[in-house]
Write a protein that binds this ligand. Structure first.
Ligand code: ADP
Length: 446
């Protein structure tokens, strides 16, 4: 049984996890860095432990300090949130050897899906289509060039261990290939500790469509529908919605099945996300990667299904069977999430500082997941996500209307935020028509 959960994270996701733990009657322990001592997650948890200085390496990634915090507080389980240690299989093994339950999939699943080359191989065994590309790691630039010519330009060189939109280089011509390849593999080595790279066909006009899966430890794999996360900047998501608009019903059904097949192929046993590239106007989609954690954008799925994804994740970690079947998962209406970052809306440069005014929207169909409050200081040390504004309405047009209204209500002073960017996006006619793609911002400049 899980009774006391240590949340190895900060910011909005720590707050969000604490809320569900409360509803489940579980005790909570927050960890924090020195600079986060006044953070909302610290105030909300039943207990808190300072694990180190501001840099993540000294605190939120400081495994010995986190394990000590578990011991001191007698926590029996750990929720990693997203980022930080959430996809670190060695950490999961350490938790297990300390008798602490990790709220997430097995370390084997994390290891397998954390290597994008291995992940491609594994899901192909489950007959899931992958983005056309190399079978394994590419030995050197010359071999890479041959392969790239075979695939056809443009191509994308990707780090096997990459993540968070990092470790990728798009190459448009053979002349630019060798340089890009060498940069990609040396960057991969320094950023991720593994210099393996592979090559995929690069789709200029693709959409990022992903499927939320949920699997228990008894082999049952279900899906909770799809999300579109095509509105991105530098391969990082800015707006997400569920369901993904303008997808033929048969393609959607096949994608749901492919996601479940991918999860089943690796004996997945938690909540997770299978990401695909979908080529608009066709029936083709391709596996990109699987994220073996809760994702930033999970609330849009919660809004259309009424299922608390974190609650199910905790129940699965406790060894419980899924308490519903696929037929019971019903989709209702449309949900949109915008990420409010402390950034300049024009340049997207981080904007740390102290929040003076903080007025957040409310009303029918509006959810705000955030850790900010008036007087809160946004540190320069971590990612700039201040919170997520999520709306739910009967259909996509109504959801856009509701998002416009909710965005009008936001007033945050003291730091620059991306609120204005989202206000513009919600009046963009292409977005309104659901004509989204991962190169949307390059094409339209919102
Ligand atoms: P990460 O693990 O860093 O998130 P992903 O493989 O999920 O990397 O890719 C992130 C984003 O990069 C995708 O959502 C998409 O916008 C873009 N991308 C990745 N691979 C391709 C590709 N082959 N063609 C077009 N866009 C791609």
């Amino acid at each position: 049984m899980i009774n006391k959960v240590l949340i190895a994270n900060r910011g909005e996701i720590a707050v969000r996890i604490i809320r569900t733990c409360r509803e489940m009657g579980l005790r909570t322990v927050a960890i924090h860095s020195t600079i986060d001592k006044d953070s909302m997650h610290v105030r909300m948890a039943d207990q808190s432990v300072c694990v180190g200085g501001p840099p993540s390496s000294e605190s939120y990634l400081n495994v010995p300090a986190i394990l000590s915090a578990i011991e001191i507080t007698d926590a029996d389980s750990i929720h990693p949130g997203y980022g930080f240690l959430s996809e670190n299989s060695a950490f999961v093994e350490k938790c297990e050897s300390h008798g602490v339950r990790f709220i997430g999939p097995s370390s084997e699943c994390i290891r397998l899906m954390g290597d994008k080359i291995e992940a491609r191989r594994a899901v192909q065994k489950g007959k899931v289509p992958v983005v056309p590309g190399t079978e394994g790691a590419v030995a050197d630039a010359e071999e890479g060039l041959k392969i790239a010519k075979g695939i056809g330009f443009p191509v994308i060189v990707k780090a096997a261990a990459g993540g968070g939109g990092r470790g990728m280089k798009v190459v448009h011509s053979p002349a630019a290939f060798v340089n890009a390849f060498l940069t990609a593999s040396s960057e991969a080595g320094s950023a991720f500790g593994v210099s393996d790279v592979y090559i995929e066909k690069y789709f200029e006009e693709a959409r990022h469509v992903e499927v939320q899966v949920i699997a228990d430890k008894f082999g049952t794999v279900l899906h909770l529908g799809d999300r579109d996360c095509s509105i991105q900047r530098r391969h990082q998501k800015l707006i997400e919605e569920a369901p993904a608009p303008n997808i033929p019903s048969r393609v959607r059904q096949r994608m749901w099945k492919a996601a479940c097949d991918a999860a089943a192929a690796v004996k997945y046993n938690s909540v997770g996300t299978v990401e695909f590239l979908y080529v608009p106007g066709t029936t083709e989609f391709y596996f990109l990667e699987m994220n073996t954690r809760i994702q930033v954008e999970h609330p849009v799925t919660e809004m259309i299904t009424g299922i608390d994804v974190v609650k199910e994740q905790i129940r699965i970690a406790e060894g419980k069977k899924l308490r519903f079947d696929q037929k019971k998962v019903q989709f209702r209406g449309h949900a949109i999430e915008v990420r409010i970052n402390a950034e300049d809306p024009e340049t997207f440069m981080p904007s740390p500082g102290t929040i003076s005014t903080c007025l957040l929207p409310g009303g029918c169909g509006v959810r705000v997941d955030t850790h900010i409050y008036p007087g809160y200081t946004v540190p320069p040390t971590y990612d700039s996500l201040l919170g997520k504004l999520i709306v739910h309405a009967e259909d996509r047009n109504a959801a856009i209307q509701r998002m416009r209204r909710a965005l009008e209500e936001i007033k945050i002073d003291g730091v620059k935020t991306t609120t204005d960017f989202h206000r513009k996006m919600m009046t963009n006619s292409e977005f309104a028509a659901g004509r989204v793609s991962t190169n949307f911002l390059e094409k339209h400049r919102a």
